[in-house]
Design a protein around this ligand. Structure first.
Ligand SMILES: [Zn+2]
Length: 290
């Protein structure tokens, strides 16, 4: 591309810098940075200035033929044709500011930095294979998400932060397990039935859950009142002065005799006597065999 053989309108000897308008600036990118493009205000005002005929040789200055990474797209206003030139030509031959190239370089540097930190954070994750990173990424806990964002941002986190997010995850998992357990328990919760059980004098086998325990002194000595419900939610009452032994919320199989049917504030309660614990249901068979 020497001046001697060029006859095109952009040939250097015929150059009229004022005939050219900057359409945009580009950075072809590098190994670590993606390509970038910035449109000029002129293009933003009149988009028809954009979209000229491009050659594949964006990496070569149309004016001097030098290899380039950063280029400026120029519109030749008299002909409407486009050329792209490198930084030196833009400044020296077209007398235009190269400030936009500085902006592109700064952006590329930020990309490089972001890439380095991203790689560092990936190495940090690889260095801690014991951590369930995928679960942490997906868990939706705001605190954990914030610490993971810091890991991406700074390339690493402290041992304390790492421990904190694992603890938070464990706690969430336990809460979730409890919530699921409560939900399932709720599904099988019998609707309370306001009914009496059996007939007075009848000896029954019952599955009961202890709802309340109250101890007091009576003429028979230490007495304990057990409020219970059976597996159909029917209310039971048993005064124990002896060996009946149960804990609140415990579910047991008992044998007992119906002593009376009583109405307590609208609730039908079956009063029991001579109750004997057959088996606390939550005890494993191994322990029961001891
Ligand atoms: Zn050039």
């Amino acid at each position: 591309m020497t001046d001697a053989i060029r006859t095109d309108i952009h040939r250097p000897l015929a150059l009229v810098p004022e005939d050219y308008l900057e359409a945009g600036w580009y950075d072809l990118g590098g190994a670590e940075e993606p390509p970038q493009m910035r449109l000029s205000d002129a293009v933003h005002r009149d988009f028809s200035l954009w979209g000229g005929v491009y050659t594949d040789e964006l990496w070569r200055c149309d004016h001097c033929g030098a290899r380039l990474r950063y280029g400026c797209e120029l519109v030749h206003r008299p002909s409407g044709s486009h050329i792209h030139v490198g930084e030196t030509c833009l400044n020296n031959r077209f007398s235009r500011s190269t400030a936009e190239f500085q902006r592109l370089r700064r952006t590329a540097a930020l990309d490089r930095q972001a890439q380095r930190l991203l790689q560092a954070s990936l190495r940090f994750r690889a260095d801690h294979p014991e951590v369930a990173w995928a679960d942490l990424d997906a868990c939706g806990n705001a605190f954990i998400a914030d610490v993971l964002r810091k890991l991406r941002q700074y390339g690493d986190i402290s041992a304390r932060q790492l421990e904190a997010i694992q603890t938070a995850y464990e706690r969430d998992a336990q809460r979730a397990a409890v919530a699921v357990g409560q939900f399932l328990a709720g599904l099988y919760q019998p609707q309370p039935r306001n009914e009496f059980i059996g007939q007075p004098g009848e000896r029954l086998g019952l599955q009961v859950t202890v709802r309340s325990i109250r101890s007091f002194e009576s003429q028979w000595g230490q007495t304990t009142l057990y409020g219970m419900v059976d597996d159909q939610g029917r209310s039971l009452r048993y005064f124990s002065t002896g060996s009946f032994d149960a804990e609140r919320d415990q579910t047991l199989t008992i044998r007992a005799t119906v002593k009376a049917h009583e109405d307590y504030q609208g609730e039908r309660q079956t009063v029991l006597t001579r109750a004997v614990v057959q088996a606390p249901l939550h005890v494993t068979s191994q322990r029961a065999a001891e």
